[in-house]
Design a protein around this ligand. Sequence first.
Ligand code: NAP
Length: 251
Amino acid sequence: MLYYIKTQWGDCMSKTVLITGASRGIGNACAREFAKAGYKVAIDYNKSEDMAKALVSELQAQGCDADCFKADISDASQVKALVDWAQQRFGTIDILINNAGISVAGLLTDLSNEQWDELRGVCLDGSIYCSRAVLPQMIRNHSGCIINISSVWGVKGASFEVAYSAVKAGIIGLTLGLSKEVAPSGIRVNCIAPGVIDTDMSRCYDLKALADETPLGRVGQPEEIAKAALFLAEAEFITGQVLGVDGGFGM
Ligand code: NAP
């Protein structure tokens, strides 16, 4: 029994997760969940430096090897710097969570080119840049796991959030294609499609109305997405899947 516990603990103690957009919301909850499970945690942030540093201090105080780095993931050169930093600081990146995101609400006819460029840059280009940057090392190691955060809107589509639906559907395409491309290299790629989750991103909407529309009758918490991410990180025979964590919203 002692041997079993040591083996399990030892396995995850040696692994590093890189989480984009981990200063706030779902990414922040993922950092806490993976730290609790014994992973080393590399935290990417863009604007919320104080929150990222506070999270690092909190996780380090709990005995977790955690650190943070500022990178706007819509910029390929900053992504390269992020991944170089994480590989030097932690040795290897075993798990990448492509979480960072922004949303734009409004009619498609009112969407400006700048809004579209920014939305696509963070939500889609960023996930492509980060995946592309971590893959060479994962391929050399013949091991690795990428978890993409899409949205229920990427599955169902949403009026008033057409552009957001499009980039989140793109994340699903990225997951399906890349999972096939890198499976022979021992790398798994999966996707979570959250429903409405109580974070800064969703608080501009009427959460009560959205809870009423959700079959389970409530919105989700960031920790519930983090638990699903940890499950996918450790589910060694699961790849190419889109896991709805949405209280039934996506049914
Ligand atoms: P959030 O609370 O607004 O947090 C967004 C995170 O993304 C922040 O940590 C932010 O970092 C980071 N970020 C934004 N732009 C970035 C950039 N250019 N480079 C690096 N990091 C950047 O949002 P959330 O609800 O946790 O969303 C996380 C993911 O879940 C997103 O992909 C979102 O689309 C998806 N999602 C959310 C919901 C929901 O209901 N909340 C539902 C479905 C899917 P800084 O503050 O440091 O800039």
